[in-house]
Design a protein around this ligand. Structure first.
Ligand code: TIU
Length: 218
């Protein structure tokens, strides 16, 4: 892995998915299941920043007038609350609202890309491919939530565009543990049909400066 041509992509670590009263809960999910992702992802973010890697944070959400939200997406879910409904942290999945933003522990740093996307995939109706191309990025470390929805969709989109993808298991989360496992198994099956799956601790170790590694060995 060359940090200069690799980007860390952090998908949708928003209050709307991780905290009560948001979109995840409106869809009937237990949002506490995603909490396990925060600590390893914070450590990975630190390591990526020290290594000078490009960091991209995505946020799923819509314009206040919902003009970019397909009626099919609005109609689904089945609960009393849907996209645009008022919730405890503002209107659900609407840009500019508190719930739409990224959780405090993983707040984007200065100069990091924050990419608003209307769909599940990070490449759909965004300038992500252009940003990565202009920076000479060829490989992606993919993290975030949920594994089988926005992470999986993004990995598939990235794969078709020629990016190498390493999905970090402990930095991805799902409301359905069995879907998490299945989505990751689908990435590596058939000789890595969409890419690879790994653990963040291995990436953090690989990103350590050579001097730190020497110290440990000594
Ligand atoms: N519902 C669900 O699992 N996920 C989403 O709606 N969006 C993302 O995965 N970000």
């Amino acid at each position: 892995m060359d940090p200069a041509s690799t980007a860390l992509v952090v998908i949708d670590m928003q209050r709307d998915f991780l905290e009560p009263g948001g979109f995840g809960e409106a869809l009937g999910n237990d949002v506490r299941l995603l909490g396990r992702v925060v600590a390893p992802l914070a450590a990975l973010l630190d390591a990526a920043r020290v290594a000078g890697m490009l960091v991209v944070h995505t946020r799923e959400g819509h314009r206040p007038d919902l003009a970019d939200c397909p009626p099919t997406k609005l109609e689904r879910g089945g609960g009393p609350l849907t996209i645009g409904s008022p919730g405890p942290r503002g209107r659900i999945l609407v840009r500019g609202e508190e719930g739409h933003d990224i959780v405090d522990e993983l707040a984007p740093g200065d100069g990091e890309v924050v990419l608003d996307k209307p769909g599940k995939g990070a490449f759909y109706a965004t300038d992500l491919e252009l940003l990565l191309h202009n920076r000479g990025i060829t490989s992606l470390l993919v993290t975030g939530v949920t594994t089988e929805v926005c992470v999986s969709t993004t990995v598939r989109e990235a794969n078709d565009r020629g990016f190498e993808c390493l999905v970090l298991e402990d930095c991805c989360g799902s409301y359905f543990p069995e879907f998490h496992e299945a989505a990751l198994a689908m990435v590596v099956a058939q000789g890595g049909i969409f890419g690879w799956v790994g653990q963040s601790s291995d990436v953090v170790a690989a990103l350590q400066p050579a001097s730190a590694v020497t110290e440990v060995v000594a």
